[in-house]
Design a protein around this ligand. Structure first.
Ligand code: DLL
Length: 432
């Protein structure tokens, strides 16, 4: 099923024509209404009329999370607060959150792009969708909620927390779709098993997972434990929330809502565009947002664009699975390490559970990486020598992939803290 054939299946040339029209409108709008952008364009000697083709987007200034923070809370809004009907915010790692606003039309757009995305994954009006994202300032729950309602699914706004109750509700209400973070989905499977409930015995057939990175191996584990099809979807609050891009049932890249978002891929060091298909930092310009239009927002997420036609019939460009963020990239003894690389190694090893942490510390002048990973119950009850061998084997494999020696610590089952939202995988103890 395709939710909005007209907008999802246009020939490439038409998509680009619409993007250009909307880009011009957006630049005019922010120049007239947002002093920050007027100054930034003036400083470059640019006028809105200078944008003549899509490539001209490169003339425009970038926007960063710091710009939003420096104009906390409403300084980049392009409409008076009277026209804003909803506020969300994303928690920063430090200090104040990043605040985003929506007009009535923005909320309508949001529900539309999420409706497309959930239909892509296979949701229909016949589904019962259990939302285990936390309701609140985070965009995940409300974003999925209104999109799922729009397609006519029966929405259960369970919110996060109280995992045993979640299992009961899913079972009693006959949930067919689970919405949440991939790490929480795994935790819920664990809780179900501990309660003596086989996750596969529930009615669940589909998972809509997003808001954090999830390796292919982790996805397979979720699919196996729950007996479902697990799809990945991507978004960020600054741009709208969930609904920017999502996988169809073929799980072959995430279709971008290109009539609403213009996505570029740049080299994060130089700011120059990457050659087509090459990975780099995603930079997103909103094309239809009213309350908070953003020019060239630096997402810090690393991915690549895919333009090959998808057999599902949609013609939109797709995002390759997010490989990590430019800022969760750890540099350890000069080596770039993404938590996702470690995850891929761990998930291939029998005897370890998909719960792990990367602990980075410094001894003298040397950075050290410790990978703490839980072993499964069966292994834990085994012989000491067997555990030692397991740790050594993981160390070897990590070294091959990371080109770096890491110390592996095996932890008891269930000893690493579970998260109900985004998992915290990295503990960096190095002095700043
Ligand atoms: O996480 C929006 C969202 C909610 C997306 C629910 C999908 C589902 P923020 O809290 O602002 O918004 O965090 C955005 O989360 O820049 C990525 O680093 C990361 N992220 C989001 N989706 C994915 C994904 C929401 N599918 C930040 N894969 C983004 C990997 C993701 N990382």
């Amino acid at each position: 099923m395709i939710w909005d054939k007209e907008n999802e299946c246009r020939p490439r040339a038409e998509i680009e024509k619409i993007q250009l029209e909307r880009l011009k409108e957006t630049v005019e709008r922010v120049y007239a209404r947002v002093p920050f952008y007027r100054q930034a364009l003036d400083a470059r000697g640019l006028r809105p009329g200078d944008i003549r083709c899509l490539e001209d987007v490169r003339l425009l200034p970038f926007t960063t999370k710091d710009d939003l923070r420096n104009h906390y809370p409403y300084g980049l809004f392009a409409v008076p607060l009277k026209e804003v009907v909803r506020i969300h915010a994303s928690s920063g790692t430090t200090g104040k959150p990043t605040v985003v606003g929506y007009t009535r039309r923005d909320l309508d757009t949001w529900a539309e792009v999420v409706a497309r995305m959930v239909t892509e994954a296979g949701v229909t009006a016949g589904d019962v969708a259990h939302i285990s994202f936390g309701y609140g300032l985070f965009t995940g729950a409300f974003g999925l909620h209104y999109g799922l309602e729009r397609v006519g699914a029966t929405v259960v706004p369970a919110s996060a927390g109280n995992s045993r109750r979640q299992i009961m509700l899913m079972r009693d209400f006959g949930a067919t779709v689970l919405v949440g973070t991939p790490s929480y989905a795994l935790h819920l499977a664990e809780v179900a098993e501990a309660e003596g409930v086989d996750p596969r015995s529930l009615n669940l057939r589909l998972g809509l997972f997003g808001a954090e990175a999830c390796s292919e191996e982790m996805r397979r584990e979720i699919e196996r434990r729950w007996g479902i099809l697990a799809t990945d979807n991507y978004g960020l609050s600054e741009v709208i929330g969930p609904g920017v891009a999502g996988e169809c049932e073929l799980k072959n890249g995430q279709h971008i809502a290109e009539d609403h978002f213009l996505v570029e891929v740049i080299d994060p060091r130089t700011g120059e565009p990457c050659p087509p298909g090459e990975p780099g930092e995603l930079v997103i310009t909103t094309l239809t947002k009213e309350a908070l239009p953003l020019l060239r927002y630096r997402t810090r997420d690393i991915s690549a664009l895919m333009f090959e036609p998808c057999p599902c019939g949609r013609t939109t460009a797709r995002l390759r699975k997010i490989a990590g963020r430019t800022d969760d990239m750890l540099i350890i003894r000069g080596v770039n390490v993404f938590p996702s690389q470690v995850e891929s190694v761990l998930m291939e090893i029998e005897g370890v559970a998909p719960h792990y942490q990367l602990i980075v510390s410094r001894k003298g002048y040397m950075d050290e990486l410790e990978v703490k990973v839980e072993v499964t119950e069966r292994f834990f009850n085994g012989r000491f020598r067997q555990l030692e061998e397991l740790a050594e084997m993981i160390e070897d494999r990590l070294e091959t992939v990371l080109q770096l020696k890491a110390k592996v610590t095996l932890a008891e089952p269930f000893s690493i803290e579970r998260s109900e939202g985004k998992a915290k995988r990295v503990i960096d103890l190095r002095p700043k």
